[in-house]
Design a protein around this ligand. Structure first.
Ligand code: RB5
Length: 144
């Protein structure tokens, strides 16, 4: 199950992500927001981050205008590794190296074509399990 969340700035791109997930028959839980009325992104970041951290959802996708605020907020939740990605290389690397469990994007930064390629890579790239990366993730967790 994929947890989805956005603010008003990310709503239009979240609609495109939902179409992608439905076309690929991937289950999702949409934590809002549900239209373009102005809201505060931390609320949606926290809902998605807790759902992933608690194991209800396996991964999450968060979208705001830039992707910055919503990723900062998500990364405050213990166990969350939210990666802000606006290119395919970073999306692949953050799965392989960081075992990122939330993808953050900015709807005012990239278009839907590239964003959906990034989503596809993020959802389909496994963690490398390389010991160097396992060790570095453990060092991040030491600080939590
Ligand atoms: C909302 O206007 C905007 O600040 C938000 O979507 C995001 O870009 C924050 O980081």
């Amino acid at each position: 199950m994929i947890a989805l969340g956005c603010d008003h700035g990310g709503y239009s791109l979240k609609v495109e992500v939902i179409k992608y997930l439905e076309e690929h028959q991937l289950a999702y839980k949409d934590f809002g927001c549900y239209d373009t009325s102005s809201v505060d992104y931390p609320e949606y970041a926290k809902k998605v981050a807790h759902s992933v951290a608690d194991g209800e959802c396996e991964k999450g996708i968060l979208i705001c205008g830039t992707g910055i605020g919503i990723s900062i907020a998500a990364n405050k939740v213990k166990g969350i590794r939210a990666a802000l990605c606006h290119d395919c290389f970073s999306a692949k690397a953050t799965r392989e190296h960081n075992d990122a469990n939330i993808l953050a994007m900015g709807a005012r930064v990239i278009g839907p074509g590239l964003a959906l390629e990034i989503v596809d890579i993020f959802l389909n790239t496994p963690f490398s399990n390389d010991q160097r990366h396992v060790r570095r993730i453990a060092q991040i967790e030491d600080e939590e």
